[in-house]
Design a protein around this ligand. Structure first.
Ligand code: ADP
Ligand code: MG
Length: 241
């Protein structure tokens, strides 16, 4: 319970986030300025420096892009959708990328309807973030299982199971912290953004993992056509385990 509280406090500290963004953007900006100045002083064209500058610019673009998702108007438009179709669209989107990485999607969707009230694009963003992490965790390829099932009369669970590298135990509590990344080119924003979106849908996002075996992400969402009605006993919380 304390952990839940701590997490929700952390997630609502907008000022802290803004400071983090400023910091993360300032680093590549400093690099950019340094190389430009060097270029100006020497008058020489250095293609390696230009490559670095371009990748620093890409990094800024990536960070700003992830934050734009959060900066969207708060009064989001909730619509009634079947979560199986929402996820289906995301699979079509990522299918070719997965194929290139020797990854197969194994789809295990219930035949029951799974109607939820959601902001479709935001929810798609969550599924994309989680699937991308799964793909990135499987450099050797393998299978990603996506299961959608009714948890009970009031909730649906979306489970994404990968056979990737897994997450060391000591990293688990840090997941969802802004800018926490285990990747060289990661932004460490995907899970934070995903948690926020799931929170706004009155759901929960759980992560369980074992190094060398894989990671399971479980997203629980309240069934029903009414937005802002928490599922049974779930309330508006968000957790990472
Ligand atoms: P990013 O992907 O940009 O690093 P995320 O917030 O999406 O940021 O993820 C944070 C970190 O959590 C990742 O860098 C990775 O170390 C770890 N992680 C998340 N999902 C998985 C997964 N499915 N398998 C292994 N590690 C993962
Ligand atoms: Mg990610």
């Amino acid at each position: 319970m304390e952990e839940l509280l701590r997490r929700s406090e952390k997630l609502t500290t907008v000022g802290q986030l803004a400071a983090g963004v400023a910091h993360e953007i300032r680093n590549p900006l400093t690099t950019l300025r340094g190389f430009l100045q060097l270029q100006q002083e020497t008058g020489k064209h250095n293609s390696r420096h230009i490559d670095i500058m371009l990748s620093e610019l890409d990094r800024i673009n990536l960070i700003v892009g992830e934050f734009l998702i959060l900066a969207k108007p708060q009064a989001t438009r909730f619509e009634t959708k079947d979560v199986r179709y929402v996820f289906g669209d995301v699979i079509s989107l990522l299918d070719s990328q997965a194929h290139l990485c020797d990854i197969m999607f194994k789809i295990d969707f219930t035949t029951d309807t799974c109607i939820i009230a959601c902001e479709e694009n935001q929810l798609k963003q969550v599924f994309i973030n989680v699937l991308k992490n799964a793909i990135e965790a499987m450099p050797e390829g393998g299978e990603i299982t996506i299961r959608i099932a009714r948890a009970d009369a009031r909730n649906v669970t979306v489970t994404i199971i990968d056979q990737g590298i897994g997450i060391p135990e000591e990293m688990i509590p840090k997941l969802g912290d802004p800018f926490f990344t285990g990747k060289e080119t990661g932004t460490g924003l995907g899970l934070m953004v995903s948690q926020r979106i799931i929170q706004s849908h009155h759901g929960a996002l759980d992560i369980a993992s074992a190094v060398g075996i894989g990671t399971t992400v479980t997203i629980t969402l309240p069934l029903g056509e009414q937005p802002n009605v928490p599922g049974e006993g779930e309330g508006s919380h968000n957790r990472v385990q």
